[in-house]
Design a binder for this molecule. Sequence first.
Ligand code: FES
Length: 101
Amino acid sequence: MKWYKVCNQEDLTIKTSLTIKVGELTIAIFHLTDGRFMAVEDRCPHKDGPLSDGIITGSTVTCPLHNWRINLINGEALPPDCGCVKTFKTKIKDDDIWVEL
Ligand code: FES
């Protein structure tokens, strides 16, 4: 596992997201309304929709393709849907957001 610097935390305002590519993997980083930063693979567990284009509500994101709601804390789809997206640890160091991959 390795930590990657994503951006300064001021570059990612609340209720927005950005993506980074590491090899074949695209990671979406979300800034939640409570101030936390969450990172998940940018691929909906339903049909691979871009979660980074979804709407953030609390600690969930709604996929823009078919409206599945994904819990960004544990990566699981909210019922009645079923599935899970890979999550990654984040940390703040010297005002920068880091993701462990
Ligand atoms: S691809 Fe995300 S809800 Fe269908």
